[in-house]
Design a protein around this ligand. Structure first.
Ligand code: PRP
Length: 205
């Protein structure tokens, strides 16, 4: 089987849960993007690309629910995983807080263009979305946006940038993703993987 795991904050938890489930996965060495183990392969991708790899052919992936939602990926999600818990929230500069309903005409910086658009359209509020690729908390700081929609875990990044959380848009957790075709053609292997991870989760609760 082929696995795709995300670079960054979810990598450690992802390797750990797979190892505990009996898959001796190794993080590929520097510049080697794919590592083999017991006939399987692991590749490490940008977090935002993991669901895309799984949708288009990689058997199994681990990704945040935020990314799956944003990418609108057609993947099978058999399990929510007990790490990577955080939230996607609307935040604004401490001294210029308004309610989301009052944000008509505001500019919102985010990596999550689709989720942000849906969030404001549900409220019937028209905002301009400024799509960035990271470090979005800098946008209000330098005055190119009025607010952000971004991941909040400890709240440390918001505090350090003079921002406050105004409203949660969604809860986020790591998820196991399975390619829809692999789900059928590698049914036994996938089932065994899901079962083993479930056992790990249950034993840890
Ligand atoms: C995320 C998010 C915030 C930070 C929140 O960034 O975008 O910057 O973590 O965590 P905290 O509430 O614990 O401070 P990430 O490290 O995923 O990278 P990014 O800047 O590319 O979005």
């Amino acid at each position: 089987m082929r696995f795709v795991l995300p670079k960054g904050r979810l990598l450690k938890g992802s390797l750990e849960v797979l190892r505990k489930a009996g898959y001796d996965v190794q993080k590929p060495g520097k510049r080697r993007l794919i590592e083999g183990f017991n006939g399987n392969e692991v590749l490490i991708a940008r977090a935002f690309d993991v669901p895309v790899y799984v949708e288009h052919g990689v058997d199994v992936g681990i990704s945040g629910s935020d990314v799956v939602e944003e990418r609108k990926s057609d993947v099978f999600v058999p399990l929510e995983l007990p790490f990577g818990k955080c939230r996607l929230s609307l935040a604004m500069p401490r001294e210029r807080v308004v309610s989301p309903e009052e944000m008509d005409g505001y500019r919102v910086a985010t990596k999550y263009e689709n989720i942000t658009r849906e969030y404001f359209s549900k409220l019937g509020v028209e905002v301009e979305i400024l799509k960035l690729s990271g470090s979005v908390e800098l946008a209000p700081k330098v005055g190119i946006a009025d607010a952000i929609v971004d991941i909040v875990e400890t709240g440390e990044t918001l505090r350090a940038n003079g921002l406050v959380e105004v409203e949660k848009a969604m809860d986020v957790s790591a998820q196991l993703l399975v390619n829809r075709i692999s789900q059928k053609t590698k049914f036994e292997e996938i089932n065994e993987l899901v079962f083993s991870i479930k056992e790990v989760i249950e034993n840890e609760l």
